[in-house]
Ligand binder design. Structure first.
Ligand SMILES: [Zn+2]
Length: 334
């Protein structure tokens, strides 16, 4: 069934780059293809040098919540970080194995927040305190999660692994703790890319993620001053991005709002998912790295479970498997 849909799709995501006008037919095709799945679109304007990456991340944020058993507050924070890491894949080469890690180290009660995304649209992440309590603030008469209070003051670090040599790492101080503004500040300070970043995660009364997404909009070199002004005006007059997604707006439709007054063209599409690269083999590596004495005590306990901090998956090792690992390790040491 999946295959048949792909055949009927006129906008194919397998091509690395395409420039396609966002006609009603293209929008219909995108809707039929992605349905309720998470995805992002990279859009540009025909008339001027503007670019935007718009993503819907509702499902992957909900998967993160379930995997890590996150409190509503932790769901909002990790959801923002996961969405932010995906937006930062704009710095990578589309469709490659390159990846970017976003690390937020604040002094707030949530502790360390980590999200890692690759250029294929796979993302994973965790927070140090998944049970963090809810902080609420009021803004324009609306009750909102006080993300900055959970995160606190500290630094935001971005590690880019471009697949050759040492990953590139750069940190900036947290300027707001709300994550989107902090990413915009990082892009300006460390990458010299002025950009507008918006991220929103709407958590329902039952703790489930109702809507999540974000966008990164930027002028490209050569953009006219009037185009930049228009972009700024469009972006600041938009409702929160989670509200747009909750209303059923799709990434390509949000692109049109960001580029109001221009002709929106599609450059690329990306399916997005929560996916971890862990395996029992990787977990075994963690045990092999332990001191012999610790492995021996695990054997005495009759077995061990290793939990992947990125996705919450548990890998069990029996007493026999641990004995085998110890034997391999001792042989390796000799
Ligand atoms: Zn994992």
């Amino acid at each position: 069934m999946e295959k048949k849909e792909q055949k009927n799709l006129k906008v194919l995501p397998q091509r690395e780059q395409l420039v396609k006008e966002l006609t009603d037919q293209v929008k219909e095709d995108l809707k039929n293809y992605f349905k309720d799945r998470d995805y992002g679109v990279i859009a540009v304007t025909r008339e001027d040098a503007l670019r935007a990456f718009i993503v819907k991340t509702t499902n992957l944020c909900e998967i993160a919540r379930l995997r890590h058993k996150l409190s509503p507050m932790a769901t909002a924070v990790l959801g923002r970080a996961l969405t932010g890491a995906i937006l930062l894949t704009s710095l990578l080469k589309h469709g490659t194995n390159q990846r970017v890690l976003l690390r937020i180290e604040g002094d707030g009660p949530i502790g360390l927040v980590v999200a890692e995304a690759n250029a294929k649209g796979e993302v994973r992440g965790f927070v140090q305190n998944p049970n963090v309590e809810t902080f609420i603030k009021e803004e324009n008469g609306r009750k909102k999660f006080d993300i900055a209070k959970a995160v606190g003051k500290g630094t935001l670090t971005v590690v880019k692994d471009l697949g050759f040599g040492t990953p590139y790492e750069s940190s900036v101080p947290l300027v707001s703790g709300e994550i989107a503004q902090d990413i915009a500040y990082y892009l300006l300070k460390s990458e010299q890319i002025p950009s507008a970043v918006a991220i929103g995660v709407l958590v329902g009364e039952d703790g489930k993620v109702e809507a999540a997404g974000g966008f990164l909009a930027q002028p490209l070199p050569g953009a006219s001053e009037s185009a930049v002004e228009k972009l700024e005006k469009n972006v600041t007059s938009l409702p929160p991005v989670s509200t747009l997604i909750k209303e059923g707006k799709r990434p390509e439709e949000i692109a049109e709002l960001i580029f109001k007054g221009f002709t929106t063209e599609l450059l690329a599409l990306k399916e997005l998912s929560f996916r971890c690269r862990c395996s029992k083999e990787v977990a075994k590596g963690g045990i092999v790295a332990m001191p012999e004495e610790e492995i021996k005590s695990l054997i005495q306990e009759g077995g061990a479970s290793v939990k992947c901090k990125f996705c919450g998956e548990e890998y069990h090792f029996s007493k026999e498997e641990l004995e085998e690992i110890l034997k391999e390790k001792q042989q390796g040491n000799n």
